[in-house]
Design a protein around this ligand. Sequence first.
Ligand code: MRU
Length: 367
Amino acid sequence: MKINGSPTRTIWLAKDGWAVEIIDQTRLPHELVTVRLESLADAAHAIKAMLVRGAPLIGATAAYGMALAARANSSDLALTVAYNILHATRPTAINLKWALDEMIAALGKVPESDRVVAAYARAAEICDEDVAINSAIGDNGATLIKAAWDKAKAKGAERVNVLTHCNAGWLATVDWGTALAPIYKAHDSGIPVHVWVDETRPRNQGASLTARELNWHGVPHTVIADNTGGHLMQHGMVDLCIVGTDRTTRLGDVCNKIGTYLKALAAKDNGVPFYVALPSPTIDWNVADGVKEIPIEERDVTEQTHMTGKTESGAIVTVQVTPDGSPAGNWGFDVTPARLVSGLITERGVCAASPEGLAALFPEKAA
Ligand code: MRU
């Protein structure tokens, strides 16, 4: 995607050809700061402290983390230690494990002396594959937005309204995004798409990141409080929902940012289609029941008790919003059962959120 007209990815190799550069997403939306990763520890910190976040970008960063680790020591033992350190950074998004497994598989095939070159090559491929997958998701999802627009236009509407939750855009991936890719493609093709952006407490990935990138790209949008979606749906103001996912099970249960489940319930109650944009590395073929089997990250409660923002004078400050002494809870994700999902938008097409739907598109994996 473009920032001020310049094509930009979220992760890239530095000019020296070995260090890795990222956008520090903890500084958005008010500051655009890049950070240089030079070691396994830097990569692990970037993921854990959410300088990078979003399931596909976590995977891409972990892949480069393995390359940085291999640069320091490419023995089997060192790579196993690196795998474990990176794997422990965030528990819910399965792309992390997927990317680490891909790296171990690639490095296992070559002698120790060739591992650094092989690691950088596979990490670069993982990034390029992510871009291609998301672009295809964009094409497949844009047809759904086009159909919703045709329907809305026939009723006299002037725009098609898509609701999204959290940030499943360009910033959550290497490029394009998952849930936002169809929106960008629809917008770029001239469809008058407008996005309702859930603020997505506690970390405000919607208000801070989704709004930031839609704003950069010029897509009309409105930031809403997390509890607003149901009201908008009751009043016919949402044509479809598209959200991302951090892990989807082989039965089609969708784990995504906390609050997604409530939006899916409201969508079901109001007959609003609820789609999930799903890159294939986000499918966990080893898991069936998402509610019982997916580990849900519990994060530091200061994300709930405090908020960071810009004052009128331009200073970035953090303030406490809860009373001293009130305990808080901070679950990062929830699971939307497959029965509430209208369809999964994948790089190979749109399918039902069901074992049959997924198996039809990915027979080699389902087997
Ligand atoms: O905690 P985060 O910011 O890493 O959460 C990930 C997300 O932004 C979402 O859950 C997203 O919808 C899935 S990642 C494309």
